[in-house]
Every structure is written in structure tokens, then in C-alpha cells.
Design a binder for this molecule. Sequence first.
Ligand SMILES: Nc1nc2c(ncn2[C@@H]2O[C@H](COP(=O)(O)OP(=O)(O)OP(=O)(O)O)[C@@H](O)[C@H]2O)c(=O)[nH]1
Ligand SMILES: [Mg+2]
Length: 192
Amino acid sequence: MVEFIKGAIAKDGFPQSTCDVVFVGRSNVGKSSLLNAIYGQKIAFVGKKPGMTKMINFFDVDHKYLAVDVPGYGFANRSKAEIIAFSKMMDDYFDQKDRIKLVVMIVDSRHKPSKDDLDMIEYLRHHHLKICIVANKIDKLNQSELHASGKLIQEVLGVDEANIFKTSTLNKKGIEKLKNYIVTCVSSDTLL
Ligand SMILES: Nc1nc2c(ncn2[C@@H]2O[C@H](COP(=O)(O)OP(=O)(O)OP(=O)(O)O)[C@@H](O)[C@H]2O)c(=O)[nH]1
Ligand SMILES: [Mg+2]
């Protein structure tokens, strides 16, 4: 069962955890939709406009781990003050790296990963975090575009194709595979 625990904007509001799976990505890429698709419930708010998720939202999954939905980056209409507050919130969270077991980084399969995506993956690598990439919205691509998208993401972000999950939250393609991967990461760790 998946339950919303709380939303927080600063360190003192984060619930204690030793096992988080966190979903990051540009605004509007489908992070909240992906959480809903994976967990089969409408737990996270989905928006038509970018900037829907404003806090770091924590969800308990089967009392085994926390799924964490963070606000999207690369949202142009943010004020300077908002950008600073956002960076501080992300640093507060990612500095607690012992709690993070896996970062699911979502990109838009229709576009070349942006400068923001590159900055984000570098940031995550700098924190020595385990990362997998999700190329979402594949319902918008035909077969050859899908193939090209995988290659481009692999090239630009420097990830192995085996670490790229291709998904659609609309037709649920690739969701089960990603879900199984998350379970494997979470449970292999608890054996240690
Ligand atoms: N075609 C298509 N649209 C999708 C898919 N996933 C999400 N969307 C749409 O993309 C928009 C943004 O979805 P959200 O889940 O709110 O995106 P987010 O990344 O959480 O956005 P922020 O919270 O603003 O950072 C919504 O209109 C969704 O319906 C998908 O797989 N295919
Ligand atoms: Mg969201």
C-alpha cells in the first residue's frame, strides 16, 4: 500500500528514512504521473502547466521504502528567489545521501536531454548516487523515433542503454519493468 506521508521544503521537515527512491526531472516531464502509474493510485498531483509540484513529497510504499517526488527543474517562469529556494531545498535533501538508494531521473523521450538534464546528472554523480534514466512519453514516438531517442539519451547523458527505461504513463508501456527494477534495488540493499 502507498500512503502520502508529508510534503516538506526544508531539512527539519524530511521524515526519517534509510531507503528513499527519488524521482527527479525537468518540470512537466511526468514525474508525478509516473509515481501514479507505478503505484497504481492517484497519489501525486499532475498538472497541465509546469511547476505543479512545489515541495518534496514523501510517500510510504509498503513500509519498505519512501518514494519521493521532488519539484521539477528547468522551469523558466521561476523568479530568482524561487530558484535559490529550490536549490537550497534540493541540496538539503541530496546532502542526506545515506537515505537515497536510487534516483530515477526522468527525461522527455521526444527531445534531446537539455542542459538542465546534464547539470542534474552531473550533480547526482557528484553525490555518488545510483541513477537510472526513464525516457517518458514514448506514446508520442514511432518505432524509429524510439530507437533514435534511446541512442541520443545514451550519448548525451553518458548512460548505458540497459539503464534506460522507456515508459508511457498513458498506455503504461515500460511501467512494470521499471517497477520491478525499483523493487530489486530496494530489496537487494536490505540484504546487505
Ligand atoms: N503523452 C504523454 N503525456 C504524459 C505522460 N506522462 C505525463 N504526461 C503529461 O505531462 C504533463 C505533466 O505531468 P506531471 O506528472 O504533472 O509532470 P511533473 O514532472 O510532475 O511536473 P512538475 O510537478 O511540474 O515538475 C501532464 O499533462 C501529463 O498528463 C506520458 O507518458 N505521455
Ligand atoms: Mg510533479
